[in-house]
Write a protein that binds this ligand. Structure first.
Ligand SMILES: [Zn+2]
Ligand SMILES: [Zn+2]
Length: 139
């Protein structure tokens, strides 16, 4: 995604494109990981020395409100953030703790309605051993 596209997206969502906000958003597009507030801060503060963790936190909250990102809660004490490109579920490896995006659609996440309840969000994740860790244990 180019800078102009980010600015266009921000405009559509009614987000003022401050330098910090653009940088935080770029982090998500470039890294495709599921970072925590701390991880984003540590990475960006090298580039923006005046950045504060509160700014990062507030920016992430704003992006979540505007549905650009979603919060994922896999461990109780750790909120991570996810770039919403396509609906997906998460797979977490018990060994390396990496979080993988799974785009293979389980019918449940396509559901708009369940037993008469309206579905607005889903927080589904799978836990196991990832293929890389499986390979390592086979060696
Ligand atoms: Zn693993
Ligand atoms: Zn994800």
């Amino acid at each position: 995604m180019k800078k102009e596209e980010i600015l266009k997206l921000f405009k559509e969502k009614g987000i003022k494109p401050s330098f910090q906000r653009v940088e935080v958003f770029k982090y998500f597009i470039e890294n495709k990981t599921h970072p925590s507030v701390d991880e984003i801060f540590k990475h960006l503060v090298k580039k923006i020395p005046t950045l504060s963790i509160t700014t990062v936190y507030n920016t992430l909250k704003l992006f979540c409100q505007k549905k650009l990102l979603s919060e994922i809660l896999i461990e109780e004490n750790q909120i991570k953030f996810d770039f919403i490109e396509k609906p997906h579920i998460h797979f977490k490896c018990k060994k390396c703790e990496k979080i993988y995006d799974i785009f293979k659609m389980c019918s449940i996440i396509k559901c708009k309605e369940v037993n008469g309840h309206k579905v607005e969000e889903h927080h589904i994740y799978l836990i196991g051993t990832c293929k890389e860790c499986l390979l390592k244990t086979k060696k």
